[in-house]
Design a protein around this ligand. Structure first.
Ligand SMILES: C[S@@+](CC[C@H](N)C(=O)[O-])C[C@H]1O[C@@H](n2cnc3c(N)ncnc32)[C@H](O)[C@@H]1O
Length: 359
């Protein structure tokens, strides 16, 4: 769907049964995110960056509840940007939509004449729109081309990956991003099958994965292809590499007093977020120094005790909230760009990737 027709469909629910943009994705921990960000956003000229605009649910709540704030909404998915743009049009110039990858946050705010912002929100992963748009190939339950790109205009598709990666590369991504016990068996089958026919369709992959998983194991843990599809999606979109750059970049873009809230849905995502925040929350003074120099003092304070989860009420009405881990922090002092932007130490060893996906 192109941007224009996507925007049209967001307003068509009055005359047809098509879901509205708001119906297409139920934001997770919505009020908690707004409550955590609000104290930083009440000053004059406050700006928040929603790094994962999606259907604009979190941004709409922020714009509605916090009158003076402007939100810059980033998404790499042009369809999401068009739908959210139409939904948020009533807020006029208080909303600015930007097509970008979120690790470009410094350039995105610089283009608006800013060096720092007062709030940053990251609600990671895919939106329900992306999962429900069957033709985009994210879902194992619908037959579609094996695409899975959040930005369908660039980068390698899931089919490209399945048709070119070595067995070792496939084992790595299935194990690391999908926590798939049967990764070697599935990887070998993927490579053997492409020698006869290149990979094209999601149903073919779902069938192959099902056949690789022993019948007894198939009875537990949901759909047998769930872990493989998650792993491929993370790899196709370079999700963890991008996040590793993005969290330090986002913290670097926070003004003193500014707040960052991150919602993760996977233990590897949460680990990256936790480590990047911990670097700012803990003193960097070497052991044994008699005094703590100013540049070793923490530059963040945590706003959450560990990672927060959804409560039973939200779990009952929003299945997406089941795996959420929310962390939030506030900047308490300025830092040089280099110390705020240090990269994460999380780098699992992996076979080289052949192509980078951007935008
Ligand atoms: C879980 S959804 C966000 C939902 C949103 N909070 C709402 O209330 O509708 C995540 C969105 O982030 C986008 N996204 C994921 N990774 C991204 C990246 N690296 N850069 C920019 N956008 C990204 C996806 O395309 C998707 O639309």
């Amino acid at each position: 769907m192109d941007a224009a027709s996507a925007a049209d469909s967001s307003t068509s629910s009055a005359t047809s049964a098509a879901p509205t943009t708001a119906d297409r994705h139920q934001p997770v921990l919505l009020q908690r995110c707004v409550d955590l960000l609000a104290p930083a956003l009440t000053g004059q000229g406050a700006v928040m960056v929603d790094c994962t605009l999606g259907m604009g649910g979190h941004t709409e709540a922020v714009l509605t509840q916090i009158p003076g704030v402007t939100v810059i909404g980033i998404d790499r998915d042009p369809q999401a940007l068009a739908l959210a743009g139409a939904r948020l049009a009533p807020f006029g110039q208080r909303f600015i939509g930007v097509h970008a990858v979120y690790d470009d946050i410094a350039a995105v705010i610089a283009a608006q004449g800013l060096t720092h912002v007062q709030g940053i929100l990251m609600d990671l992963g895919v939106s329900s729109l992306q999962l429900d748009e069957t033709e985009r190939g994210f879902a194992y339950s619908h037959d579609a081309p094996l695409d899975m790109r959040m930005n369908p205009t660039t980068g390698m598709t899931a089919a490209d990956l399945l048709n070119t990666y070595t067995v070792d590369q496939l084992v790595f991504i299935l194990r690391t991003y999908g926590e798939e016990r049967f990764a070697p068996r599935i990887a070998r089958s993927i490579v053997a099958r492409r020698d006869q026919k290149p990979w094209e369709r999601t149903a073919e992959l779902a069938d192959l994965v099902r056949a690789c998983i022993p019948a007894a194991t198939r009875k537990t843990g949901g759909h047998p292809a769930k872990r493989t599809f998650q792993a491929l999606r993370i790899e196709v979109n370079g999700e963890l590499d991008t996040l590793q750059r993005a969290v330090p970049a986002a913290i670097g873009a926070l003004a003193v007093g500014g707040r960052i809230v991150v919602e993760s849905y996977h233990s590897l995502e949460d680990r990256i977020v936790k480590q990047a925040m911990a670097r700012g929350i803990e003193s960097s003074a070497p052991d044994g120094l008699p005094i703590e120099l100013d540049n070793h003092k923490p530059y963040l304070t945590s706003l959450t005790r560990g990672a927060e989860k959804a409560d039973p009420d939200e779990l009952a009405h929003n299945p997406r909230s089941a795996s959420v881990r929310l962390r939030a922090a506030q900047r308490v002092r300025a830092t040089s760009t280099t110390s705020a932007n240090a990269t994460s130490t999380f780098t699992p060893h992996r076979p080289a990737r052949t192509q980078e996906t951007r935008r």
